[in-house]
Design a protein around this ligand. Structure first.
Ligand code: AOF
Ligand code: ZN
Length: 352
């Protein structure tokens, strides 16, 4: 029971790194001796010290001796040399006698080797405490490190009757500022934000994260005809180019010479593969009409419902053309949350 209590704290610490550690995991660690917390740490930024080392250094700074302590860590300690030295070696050197781990590291470079190293050195190891929570916390990392395909989230703002815009493509605003604040938090979690060319031209969005300390985003535009390039050449200024890095997928890459990176790819899965190659672990799809094309590859849906009814308008998933209820893709609801005047439904594909 107390193992769970300390692991809960480690998970809470890990979450402080949200959006800052990608494409690496969020990790938290707590050092305990005689049932007392002597050090805490988390992974703060991509490439920085690992959570375990931060907890060890915290305990030392406070003047504690670490020998004989128990380490609670949300991810198996690493065994390899990456940007940081192997944590398993450091744990052994410091004389930590027991390590409680929430989940095995899905990184093929580690995956069990850290645990093996610790056990061989005589450290007592327990694995699987709050494992489900830990896996969910790092759902982006787990998918990307094992497939090299980014975690795909689809975010939509819908009316109560399921429209994303009126017939004349007006969608400002179906949901209120509170919901849009929640979208900022979603952007923080993902490395890339993706929309279609029409959204860029009609709404002129920034597609950035305006939460303090947030990292710059990759902004991905699907523009098969190169309309965005034409629009810019007519003298229009687009806010999406103000910060971060813009990547376009188009049949007309030559139109984007001197504007931004552009790839001659238009097939959804090929686009995701390319983003994965670039090193992007997660993409938040915010464009309503492109959502349908990516629904098959979605890992998570964030559906905001605002208190409006249109009766007719633009539907996000019309492309599916489901004729029989048995053909409909299946989902299971993770949660429902009230956000201002709207409510947010989060769902995963597949039924459970
Ligand atoms: C992190 N932070 O707190 C832990 C990680 O290149 P490196 O050295 O930073 O290694 C990254 C890998 O280390 C990562 O993919 C994961 O498998 C393991 N653990 N990574 O960024 C941490 N504990
Ligand atoms: Zn490590």
């Amino acid at each position: 029971m107390s193992d769970e209590k300390f692991m809960k704290l480690a998970l809470r610490l890990a979450r402080k790194g949200e959006g800052l550690t990608n494409p690496n995991p969020m990790v938290g660690a707590v050092l305990v001796k005689d049932n007392k917390i002597i050090g805490t740490g988390w992974h703060k930024r991509f490439g920085d010290k690992h959570a375990e080392v931060n907890a060890i250094e915290d305990a030392k700074r406070k003047g504690y001796t670490i020998e004989g302590a128990t380490l609670y860590v949300t991810l198996e300690p690493c065994s390899h040399w990456g940007k940081q030295p192997p944590c398993a070696d450091r744990i052994i050197e410091e004389g930590i006698s027991r390590v409680v781990i929430a989940m095995v590291d899905p990184n093929p470079l580690v995956s069990g080797r850290g645990i093996k190293k610790l056990k061989e050195a005589g450290v007592e190891v327990k694995v699987g405490v709050l494992e489900e929570e830990a896996k969910k916390l790092n759902e982006i990392f787990v998918k990307y490190i094992t497939t090299k395909i980014p975690f795909v989230s689809i975010k939509l703002a819908l009316t109560l009757d399921g429209f994303i815009a009126t017939q004349n493509f007006k969608s400002k605003w179906i949901t209120d500022e509170k919901a849009r604040g929640e979208v900022q938090k979603l952007r923080r979690r993902h490395m890339a934000i993706m929309v279609g060319a029409n959204t860029i031209i009609q709404d002129n969005p920034r597609l950035d994260c305006r939460i303090k300390g947030c990292t710059e985003k990759f902004k991905v535009i699907l523009d098969s005809q190169g309309k965005v390039a034409d629009f810019i050449k007519k003298g229009h200024k687009l806010r999406v180019f103000e910060n971060g890095k813009v990547i376009v997928f188009t049949k007309r890459p030559e139109k984007f010479k001197g504007i931004c990176e552009a790839y001659p790819i238009t097939e959804p899965f090929e686009i995701l593969k390319k983003l994965g190659e670039i090193g992007i672990d997660s993409v938040l799809i915010e464009g309503g009409r492109i959502a349908g094309e990516f629904l098959n590859f979605a890992d998570k849906l964030y559906l905001f419902y605002g208190p409006k009814i249109f009766g007719r308008g633009i539907k996000p998933f019309e492309i599916l053309k489901v004729r029989d209820i048995n053909e409909a893709p299946k989902f299971h609801i993770e949660g429902i949350k009230r956000v201002g005047k709207s409510f947010l439904v989060t769902a995963y594909p597949g039924d459970r």
